[in-house]
Design a protein around this ligand. Structure first.
Ligand code: NAG
Length: 137
């Protein structure tokens, strides 16, 4: 390999690394209706995103309430159940509640975030209660 080729390869590898380093790895559970925000937007459900892609923040990303309205790109990585992820699905979600106090309870406690059933189904098999995710604000 020539020096030029080698430095190009190094350049692309470092770009790849930088891109991935923006994303965090965590877990996502799911929750069904009713979706009544207890902690965000003063309880006003009309502030929910029209895309219907939303979720509740786990304590790790709740950020003392600053998480309300934050948008995350989310991708399913894996789950205990094989083939639970729908391949190639990237979604953008908006945080509308705090998982710890949501009226409808999550399928699993301690998840990084809890996605509405519709949102969850866009990236994973609905019968799974917890998936590993990559997420990025
Ligand atoms: C979801 O998982 C269940 C249980 O493992 C399975 O029966 C079903 O076929 C899966 N659905 C899809 C769409 O893969």
């Amino acid at each position: 390999m020539s020096k030029v080729t080698l430095s190009l390869v190094c350049f692309f590898l470092s770009t790849l690394f930088i891109n991935f380093s923006y994303a965090d790895v965590g877990t996502a559970a799911q929750y069904g209706p009713p979706f009544i925000p207890t902690t965000c937007f003063g309880g006003d459900a009309s502030k929910f995103p029209s895309s219907n892609m939303f979720g509740a923040a786990g304590e790790g990303i709740w950020d003392n309430g600053a998480a309300c309205g934050r948008k995350y790109k989310v991708r399913c990585l894996s789950a205990v159940v094989p083939k639970a992820c729908i391949p190639g699905q990237n979604i953008q979600i908006t945080i509308v509640d705090r998982a710890q106090s949501s009226i409808s309870r999550p399928s699993s406690e301690r998840a990084t975030m809890v996605l509405s059933t519709t949102t969850f189904q866009a990236i994973a098999n609905a019968s799974v209660s917890l998936i590993n995710i990559e997420y990025q604000e």
